[in-house]
Design a protein around this ligand. Structure first.
Ligand SMILES: NC(=O)c1ccc[n+]([C@@H]2O[C@H](COP(=O)([O-])OP(=O)(O)OC[C@H]3O[C@@H](n4cnc5c(N)ncnc54)[C@H](OP(=O)(O)O)[C@@H]3O)[C@@H](O)[C@H]2O)c1
Ligand SMILES: [Zn+2]
Length: 331
């Protein structure tokens, strides 16, 4: 996870559900969290659950003037998380009224748009904007035509916006079904029945918890569109089934083993650690390609392992095994 100490993060929608779970995690990680929502009482109650550094500010993000005033009060920020809910726009296409859908767009799309736009003068040049869209943007569930349109509109902004705002980062987190107060419009029985239905269709056999989303966010939801495997390889850091290995280290000078004895990549099948280290130290450019081949292969195998562990019902153990490899190891 990034170092969040000394960072100031505004979470709009921070008094409940996904926003609240995000606020708790970031607060624990040492960030200065500011939560925002409309209901002052609920907001203050939530703020007291967080650390002493946490602040709260109440405003209605569907009113642009209120956004402007609130952001002035908040001042400069490092990161903006938009986790507020719209609430309207659900229903079968035949019965969906344009008034309902317009309210849905006003509550979710336009709030996200205005918050992102108005935040720009306050947002650090190395900061980020995270939108929370929804799985409806890409799934095909009856009754979600309107929700899909709203959330697709948000996700559609992300890529061009990321390019316009670089080096600031722009992302959308797209949750599946998460057990939060968002579902309170259903009766308790309907809620239970709905969650059971979604749980049966989900690979992990349950609906999500807000903590699941933030754990994914904290680990980098776009990791696999990322420079980590290739850049680390070029710097001589390799991922292996026993943890990280730094090929430059002198301990590998006469090590005839492959980078990872359980890896079947071309590099591991063909070259020893000693030879790869020699190439690296000699600045032979071929080594960059060989090390990159290994790291990309490792990541592809990791994804295969994740998929099969989900199907086997062994995902939690798989996570623990991989997490225990985080640090550098004596290989
Ligand atoms: N829960 C799910 O299953 C699920 C699935 C996919 C996507 N999502 C998306 O995830 C996001 C968060 O949902 P959630 O489940 O965490 O909902 P939630 O528990 O209902 O929380 C929504 C938060 O947004 C605030 N909010 C709503 N309208 C606002 C406005 N106009 N201005 C300022 N704050 C406002 C609410 O506080 P106040 O009411 O006091 O303003 C509350 O803090 C939503 O965009 C939702 O569509 C949720
Ligand atoms: Zn390999």
């Amino acid at each position: 996870m990034f170092n969040l100490k000394e960072t100031k993060i505004l979470i709009v929608g921070g008094s409940s559900g996904v926003g609240l779970a995000t606020a708790k995690l970031l607060d624990q990680a040492g960030a200065s969290v500011i939560i925002a929502a409309r209901d002052e009482k609920k907001l203050e109650h939530t703020r007291q659950l967080l650390g002493i550094k946490a602040r709260a500010i109440s405003f209605d993000a569907s009113e642009k003037e209120q956004i402007v005033v609130a952001l002035e009060k908040v001042g400069s920020i490092d990161h903006l998380v938009i986790a507020l809910s719209g609430g309207k726009g659900a229903g079968s296409f035949e019965t969906l009224t344009s008034a309902n859908l317009r309210t849905g767009f006003a509550g979710k799309f336009w709030t996200h748009f205005s918050l992102a736009q108005e935040s720009l003068p306050h947002l650090s040049a190395s900061g980020s904007i995270t939108f929370v869209s929804a799985i409806s943007a890409r799934s095909a569930n009856p009754g979600t035509v309107g929700l899909s349109a709203i959330n697709s509109a948000i996700e559609g902004m992300v890529k061009p916006l990321a390019v316009e705002l670089k080096p600031r980062r722009v992302n959308a987190v797209s949750p599946g079904v998460v057990d939060t107060p968002w579902w309170d419009w259903l009766s308790p029985d309907e809620k239970r029945e709905t969650f059971n239905r979604f749980a049966q269709a989900a690979p992990v056999g349950r609906v999500g918890k807000p903590e699941d989303i933030v754990t994914a966010v904290s680990m980098g939801v776009d990791l696999f569109d990322c420079v980590i495997p290739t850049r680390n390889a070029r710097n001589g850091t390799l991922f292996t089934s026993r943890g990280k290995l730094v090929i430059k280290n002198a301990q590998f000078t006469e090590d005839e083993r492959p980078i990872d004895e359980s890896c079947e990549c071309y590099t591991c099948r063909t070259f020893s650690r000693a030879y790869l280290r020699h190439l690296y130290i000699a600045k032979e450019i071929l080594v960059l390609r060989l090390l990159t081949t290994h790291n990309l292969f490792y990541y592809a195998e990791l994804m295969k392992g994740i998929r099969s562990s989900i199907l086997d019902g062994d995902f939690p153990n798989y996570i623990s095994r991989v997490q225990s490899l985080g640090g550098e190891r004596e290989n």
